[in-house]
Design a protein around this ligand. Structure first.
Ligand code: NIG
Ligand code: FE
Length: 419
């Protein structure tokens, strides 16, 4: 029963997305309820169902907070399972260089790109790193992301990698968004260093320091031509796994190198990017139960070909999408990612929403109801300024997300985070 302040009732929603459809015999991708209500107590979903029934049991006037969602849809909070959101400096000038035809790898080879962000990040203080991350998280939360994965990887030496992870841990404490930390010391080869020797440093110095710190849950590597080859990537991921970090791989982003097969072999939680993945790669990921995380914002920003989402969907993979927010891909909006997933990768709005919620949660090892509004899940929900979930992907001028609920409390309205 309702117990005052801790209870949140969202009622009279035109449509409510509960989560993935399970064995209802139809082709539906999502389970939805019409004329629906959602009740959360103590931050957890305790009931979803028909509004008239639930509001009799949990009268909105007795709730700590009630939201009249008449004419509006309610969906699970978005999960962004791949970001590089801790960094300092500005690379907006590289945008113009890329528009003039300069390749991403060319910029990196000249000491720009990741290496430039590394210089700025090493120089930034702990508080500067935290403040900049918190500002990005405000935007992400207001746009509907309630759980976000964040990688290190702009330190490329133990101390700055550790400071980045510390910023993620402090932000997790200070901000409503739930953060999941990934160590990515193998993000680039530092200037003037040789990849082999650097891999040894990652394994012998950085990993022990990071494992000791206890913040990172995953270990990621940029398996790419001219960065880390498959064997170097394998060594980093195996050492990471020995230190208790679950593998993830940046695979087949700019070329086909074999990172996807590696991800399958080491039992990675996810393989990400996959622009150049082959049919064999698709099969290997499905067999291994590794989640494909597609990042259409990166392809959009680079003017590159998009990943073949339909190949993964047809093979039965739980396709996830993410922003890949980083200085090369300045997108913090999972709404925009879903628009791109539909328009550029041929996904349906339902597939895109599932990819941005429950499947994204699977990519970061959260198979506990995160990304759904099932009973017992954390009550992370979005009220849309629209009558159906299709508006998330359909709109691309203004956001469809109106009200953001994190763990049963309203944390943002109309694009503004509550203080
Ligand atoms: O996922 N590919 C490597 N990492 C990022 C880009 C990071 C950067 O350019 O700063 C990515 O695209
Ligand atoms: Fe990335």
């Amino acid at each position: 029963m309702s117990d005052g302040r801790e209870t949140l009732v969202v009622h009279d929603a035109a449509e409510l997305v509960v989560g993935p459809a399970e064995g209802d015999g139809s082709d539906a991708v999502l389970e939805t309820v019409e004329d629906a209500a959602l009740v959360a107590v103590g931050g957890e979903v305790v009931a979803v169902g028909p509004s008239d029934e639930l509001t009799r049991e949990y009268p909105p006037e007795n709730a700590g907070e009630a939201i009249d969602a008449s004419g509006k849809a309610v969906v699970p909070g978005f999960v962004d399972p791949h970001t590089h959101a801790v960094f300092a400096g500005d690379r907006s000038d590289e945008f113009e260089a890329k528009l003039r035809g300069k390749a991403y790898q060319e910029i990196l080879a000249e000491g720009g790109g990741i290496l430039r962000t590394v210089r700025a990040t090493r120089e930034a203080s702990d508080d500067e790193l935290l403040e900049q991350l918190l500002a990005h998280l405000d935007v992400m939360l207001a746009r509907g992301s309630t759980t976000v994965e964040v990688k290190s990887g702009y330190g490329l030496e133990a101390e700055t990698e550790r400071r980045m992870l510390e910023a993620i841990s402090r932000a997790d404490e200070a901000h409503p968004v739930d953060l999941v930390a990934t160590f990515m010391g193998a993000h680039a080869v530092p200037e003037g260093r040789d990849a082999e020797a650097y891999v040894e440093e990652v394994i012998d110095e950085q990993l022990p320091a990071v494992a000791d710190q206890g913040v990172a849950e995953f270990c990621d590597v940029f398996c790419e031509e001219g960065v880390f080859d498959v064997e170097q990537s394998r060594r980093v991921l195996e050492a990471g796994a020995d230190a208790g970090l679950t593998p993830k791989v940046h695979a087949e982003e700019l070329s086909h190198l074999g990172g996807t097969q590696l991800a399958a072999e080491v039992g990675a939680a996810s393989a990400d990017h996959l622009l150049y993945a082959t049919d064999d790669d698709v099969e290997a990921l499905v067999d291994a139960g590794t989640v494909p995380v597609l990042l259409p914002g990166t392809a959009f920003g680079l003017g590159a070909e998009y990943a073949d989402a339909r190949a993964f969907l047809e093979a039965g993979a739980p396709v996830a999408v993410a922003t890949d927010f980083n200085p090369n891909c300045h997108s913090r909006s999972m709404e925009f990612v879903q628009t791109l997933a539909c328009v550029e990768m041929g996904m349906t709005p339902a597939e895109a929403l599932l990819a941005a919620t429950r499947n994204a949660a699977l990519a970061i090892g959260r198979d506990d109801g995160t990304g759904t509004l099932r009973e017992g899940a954390t009550a992370d929900a979005l009220v849309l300024e629209a009558p159906s979930y299709a508006h998330v992907a359909y709109r691309f001028d203004t956001p469809a997300v109106e009200t953001v609920i994190k763990a049963g409390a309203v944390v943002a309205d109309d694009g503004v985070v509550r203080s």
